[in-house]
Design a protein around this ligand. Sequence first.
Ligand SMILES: NC(=O)C1=CN([C@@H]2O[C@H](COP(=O)(O)OP(=O)(O)OC[C@H]3O[C@@H](n4cnc5c(N)ncnc54)[C@H](OP(=O)(O)O)[C@@H]3O)[C@@H](O)[C@H]2O)C=CC1
Ligand SMILES: CC(=O)N[C@@H](CCC(=O)OP(=O)(O)O)C(=O)O
Length: 352
Amino acid sequence: MLCIEIHKPEEVDSMGNRIAVAGASGYAGGEVLRLLAGHPNIEIAAVTAHSKAGQPVTDTHPHLRSLAGRTFAETTVDALAEADLVVITLPHGQSAELAAKLPADAKIVDLGADHRLVDAAAWEAYYDGPHAGAWTYGLPELPGGREAIAASKRVAATGCYAVATTLALAPILASGIGQPDDVVVVAASGTSGAGSAAKPHLMASEVAGSLSPYKVGAHQHVPEIKQATRARSLSFTPVLAPMPRGILSTVTVKPADAGLTTAEVHEVLAAAYADEPFVHVLPNGSWPRTADTLGSNSCHLQATMDSDADRIIVTAAIDNLGKGAAGQVVQCANLMLGLDETAGLNVDGVAP
Ligand SMILES: NC(=O)C1=CN([C@@H]2O[C@H](COP(=O)(O)OP(=O)(O)OC[C@H]3O[C@@H](n4cnc5c(N)ncnc54)[C@H](OP(=O)(O)O)[C@@H]3O)[C@@H](O)[C@H]2O)C=CC1
Ligand SMILES: CC(=O)N[C@@H](CCC(=O)OP(=O)(O)O)C(=O)O
C-alpha cells in the first residue's frame, strides 16, 4: 500500500511566525485576519478586542469562516506577549499605550498614527495626547524603506491617504521634476477609512448619493506626507465617497522646469517602480480606478503633463483596507520576519 506522509503547510512553515492582532474586531484588524488566514507561513496567535472581547470572531466578521470557533480575547499584554509579532490596529493613543507595555524585544507593526511622525510639534498640531516618538516608517517602496523595515522591531505603518499620495508624489519630488513648495492634492475615500464605530456623518442617509469634503486644509496626513516626500507646501482636500472601500488620490505639482512632457513624467514613475511587486504604472491612456484595486495590496498609478495649466498630474488608486491598511501591515510583517515580502498578499483585485 502506498503511504504518503502529509504535512499541513501551516504546521511546517509557521514556526517563529506567530502573529497576534490587537484590535481584531475593527475593520482594519478584520482585514489583517483575512490576509493572515490565507498566509502560507503565518499562524494566527491571539486575536483581541475591547467591547467585543469574549465574543466569537465570526459574530463580528461573518465572512471569516476559517476563524469559526475562535473568540476575541481582552487586549492585554499577557494575551499578546506570546506572539513573534504583534499587529496593533487600535485607535490613536491606545496603540502607544499598549506598545509601551509590551516586552522591549517584541516585534510590533502599529497601524495607528502614534509612531509615524518624527516632529513632535507636527504631532501635537494634529493629534491629541503626548507624542510617543517615531518608529521606522512602514512604506517599503520608499528608497531604503524595505531594508529599514526588515532591520526593525518596531514599525509604524502608513496612513491610508498617505500611502496613495506618497506613492504618487515621492518620485516626482525625488527626481527633481516637481517643485516641493507647490503641491495640491484632492483625494476621495470610501467610508471604511473612518473605522467601524458608529458616527452620525457615516449613516447611510448622510453618505449615500453624496460626495462630502471634510477636514479641509486640516487633515492629519499632511505632516505625514510632507515627512515622507519632502514636500514643503501641500494643500490637501479629503472627500468622503459613497462606497465602502477605496482611495483615489489626485496629486498636482508645479514642474521645476519648462517643457516637461508626459513621456518624461511617465518615465520617472516607471523607473521608480520598475521592480515593485505592488505598484503598477498603468499603460498610457488607462487611469486608475478604485474598483480595480479592491481586495488587493496593489496601487495603480497614472500621470500626465497638463501643459495648459503647467502642472504635473499623478493619480493613485488603492484599497484603503488593502495597501492602505492590512496589506501594508502584512507586507511589513513579512519583511520583519524574514519571509518573502509578497507572501499571503494579492496583486489581483476582485471585479466587478
Ligand atoms: N480603516 C482604515 O482604512 C485605516 C485605519 N487605520 C488606523 O488603524 C486603526 C484601526 O482602524 P479601524 O480598524 O478602521 O478602526 P475600528 O474602529 O474599526 O476598530 C478599532 C479597534 O480598536 C478597538 N478599540 C476601540 N477602543 C479601544 C480602547 N479604548 N482600548 C482598546 N481597544 C479599543 C476596537 O475594539 P471593539 O470593537 O471590540 O470595541 C476595535 O477592535 C486606527 O488607528 C486607524 O486610524 C490606518 C489606515 C487605514
Ligand atoms: C474616511 C475617513 O474618515 N478616513 C480617515 C482616515 C483615517 C486613517 O486611516 O488614517 P489614520 O490612521 O492616520 O487615522 C480620516 O480621514 O481621518
